[in-house]
Write a protein that binds this ligand. Structure first.
Ligand code: ADE
Length: 243
């Protein structure tokens, strides 16, 4: 899977995603992360990419031209690669990362992990000229109801969540299936050595070697934890069980 990020701060994205699990997945060729500097596409002789907003108001806006030309170049590269590989080119999803989008969740991560390419557009300043958004954006996504200084961190969060679902990225096929949110519940508590720490014992059932009982205990714990910490998720889980 290929991630393309349109940004004014390519080093931030590139550095942030080159370590740990995602970095290894890239080295092994399961994914690629390609951050492109929108500024490289400006036609302004002073390299400007932003300007004042019509109608007044605080702050600057990213202009349509550099964003559009950057997207065109990316789209062309993707189409050329697909033509060489005999894959039918189709319009690659362009995700505008914005607090005005639908809120990102695990289901969306699963859906997006099936795409071959994804383009992320990271806004800065007061946002991006609406006209270019109308022409290129297919999905507007937020990572939560708060405002960041730019879209880069939000794009990195989403890329991390999506990339780990791409087959091969996690070593252990089990972990993505059992972790929080994969089945509508938060994950059960887990314990490692030693058996007693600060006078706290590992729950007896986990030492029993009885797999069916362990599974049952974990399921109960997951339900209890979800009920306490995320009552709205628990309600949705109950409704899904009864439908
Ligand atoms: N850009 C600024 N804030 C954001 C948020 N909460 N989600 C996505 N992109 C953003």
């Amino acid at each position: 899977m290929h991630f393309h990020i349109m940004t004014l701060f390519p080093e931030m994205v590139q550095n942030g995603l080159h370590t740990s699990v995602i970095g290894r997945a890239e080295e092994k060729g399961y994914i690629s992360v390609h951050a492109v500097n929108i500024r490289d596409y400006t036609l302004d002789k002073h390299n400007k990419v932003d300007d004042y907003t019509y109608g007044g108001g605080a702050g600057m806006l990213m202009q349509a031209q550099p964003v559009y030309d950057c997207w065109k170049a990316l789209q062309k590269g993707i189409e050329e690669r697909k033509t060489q590989g005999n894959t039918m080119p189709h319009q690659t999803k362009v995700i505008y990362v914005t607090p005005q989008g639908e809120v990102f969740h695990q289901k969306k991560a699963v859906e997006l992990s099936k795409e071959e390419d994804l383009i992320f557009l990271c806004g800065h300043y007061e946002g991006v000229d609406e006209r270019v958004l109308e022409e290129i954006v297919t999905d507007c996504i937020s990572i939560g109801d708060y405002v960041l200084t730019g879209g880069e961190l939000a794009a990195m969060v989403m890329i991390d969540a999506i990339a780990r679902l791409v087959p091969g990225v996690l070593n252990n096929g089990e972990s993505a299936a059992t972790e929080s949110h994969s089945n509508g519940l938060l994950e059960y508590p887990q314990y490692s050595r030693p058996e007693i720490w600060h006078d706290k014992r590992v729950p007896e059932v986990l030492l029993s070697g009885h797999h069916a009982n362990i599974e049952k205990w974990r399921q109960q714990q997951a339900i209890e934890r979800t009920k306490q910490r995320r009552p709205e998720l628990y309600q949705a889980y109950l409704e899904a069980q009864n439908s």
